[in-house]
Design a protein around this ligand. Structure first.
Ligand code: UPG
Length: 479
């Protein structure tokens, strides 16, 4: 009999799609590759950049030798009146519900489960109507999961904006969250993004289970709170399967020029700066970063990219929208590249981040704090200075500094596009890279500890390995 299918509905951004796909591949491989197959439902991404990225993933997976099929859903018209990014994503995905229903109903294989991106959580109804188990895939932190599950409760309890709240925002399982650290989509309660996040958090509760790309040892507090039913009083949350860290390894390039440059640098001497698939800065901010790097004297590898073509699309791994060597000189202070020659490399396009973080020359990471970047950093024991820009990254930064202790804080002006002054970045980089301060020492020590936690979790007998087994069993029972 054909192996039952895990039917995946990912959001198109790499940070979501790849971690969902890699996680489900682990489920597939946990049964020797035969227990399940994967069918990925592909929505037409809203931008050309994201489309070519998704197609590149599809080509790579087709060559993987695993039973992974791609089912393209009919195109739908994007909501033209959406005002917020998260609102757009959730609504656009929601418009595919009838097509997802048809795809599931028409499948030749038995369906073990529908696995939904967090933005697709309302489609638990489609699965329920067809008698199919549904799982929400959480590509972000356990802390964000705890936050989202509790958000409908906060919504009832706190009428004011979070930044008008006296003290901190209380979320079971998290240290008190300063208002400055709440995720971007909930900062403005009048915005449709906020309403969507309340709704998504509520719909998570109706899933059969939640698959999380994290590990018990990384985020014990939030995961225990969710499992202990503390997120919503009187209502148990679905079982959570923390099976991470799952790193997507599909795009390795160990012989890349950046890696060659690192080969010539001493161990733990280079600070790496990279801001995810969509992170970019205005010219004034670029000048502050350059000044900080020049003054701190440390070696650096700085990924400096321009804006993606659309706020709703993911950045392009092909670098087409980004500055070239020719115009780097225009962006940077005069003479910067000459003055830092030998100790610094500015890379103007997509960089092989996983290979860079794996390199022994890298001693610290200034990151936007996207969860995949954080996991990649922790996997290699690299301490961080988080510079959150959008999405849930302010909450991630808070967790990394205040809860996990693996990062040094970087003070930014959230009201001014998360602006960071040169002197502040210089201070944080010095501390991160081996300054005498207690902050940096703690971050380096904790990051080394978390490296062991990550690796132990996914090893035979580890907590994530056990969660993967439980998940595979639950999926079998549902098939
Ligand atoms: N990457 C590269 N080279 C680059 C830039 C990025 O390889 O030059 C890779 C990086 O290694 C990582 C991925 O791209 O694997 C980026 O993922 P992530 O760090 O999670 O950032 P985003 O793509 O911004 O991820 C989105 C959200 C983020 C959220 C994440 C998971 O922006 O806030 O935590 O999705 O839900």
């Amino acid at each position: 009999m054909a192996a039952p299918a895990l039917v995946l509905l990912p959001e198109w951004g790499s940070g979501h799609l790849m971690s969902m796909l890699e996680s489900c591949k682990r489920v597939l491989l946990s049964g020797g590759g035969k227990a399940f197959s994967i069918t990925l439902l592909v929505m037409r991404p809203p931008t050309a950049e994201a489309t070519s990225e998704v197609e590149a993933h599809a080509r790579r997976e087709a060559a993987s030798g695993l039973d992974i099929r791609f089912h393209r859903l009919p195109a739908v018209e994007p909501p033209a009146d959406a005002v917020g990014v998260e609102e757009f994503i959730a609504r656009y995905i929601g418009l595919h519900a009838p097509h997802v229903r048809d795809a599931l109903a028409g499948m030749a294989l038995p369906v073990a489960a529908l696995v939904l991106d967090m933005f697709a959580a309302p489609l638990v109804d489609v699965a329920r109507d067809l008698g199919v188990p549904s799982y929400v895939f959480m590509s972000s932190t356990g802390a964000m999961l705890a936050f989202m599950l509790h958000l409908p409760v906060l919504h009832e309890a706190v009428a004011a904006e979070f930044d008008e709240v006296e003290g901190a925002v209380e979320v079971p399982g998290l240290p008190p969250v300063p208002p400055a650290s709440v995720p971007c989509p909930v900062v403005d309660k009048k915005s449709p993004n906020y309403a969507w996040f309340v709704r998504l958090g509520d719909r998570f509760m109706d899933a059969t289970g939640i698959i999380a790309n994290t590990a018990e040892g990384l985020e014990p507090g939030p995961l225990a709170a969710v499992a202990g039913g503390r997120s919503v009083p009187g209502r148990a949350a679905p079982p959570v399967y923390p099976i991470g860290p799952v790193l997507s390894l599909g795009d390795r390039s160990p012989s890349h020029e950046c890696v060659g440059w690192l080969d010539a640098q001493p161990p733990a001497s280079v600070v790496f700066l990279c801001f995810g698939s969509m992170g970019w800065f205005e010219p004034a901010q670029v000048l502050e970063i350059a000044a900080a790097l020049e003054r701190c004297g440390h070696r650096f590898l700085w990924v400096l990219r321009g804006p993606p073509s659309s706020a709703t699309g993911a950045g392009a791994p092909d670098g087409s929208e980004h500055p070239t060597d020719a115009n780097l000189n225009e962006l940077l202070p005069e003479g910067f590249l000459e003055r830092t020659k030998g100790r610094g490399l500015v890379w103007p396009t997509w960089a092989p981040q996983k290979d860079i973080l794996a390199h022994p020359a890298v001693g610290g990471f200034v990151t936007h704090g996207g969860w995949n970047s954080v996991l990649e950093s922790l996997w290699h024991g690299v301490p961080m200075a988080p510079w959150p820009l959008y999405a849930e990254q302010h909450l991630n930064a808070f967790e990394l500094v205040a809860d996990m202790g693996v990062a040094v804080p970087l003070r930014l002006d959230r009201k001014r596009d998360n602006f960071v002054e040169a002197a502040e970045l210089e201070r944080a980089v010095r501390s991160l890279m081996g300054g005498e301060g207690e902050e940096g020492r703690r971050a380096r020590g904790k990051a080394a500890e978390m490296k062991a936690v990550c690796r132990d979790a996914v090893a035979e007998g580890g907590s994530s390995h056990a969660a993967l087994r439980r998940l595979a069993d639950a999926l079998h029972d549902g098939a």
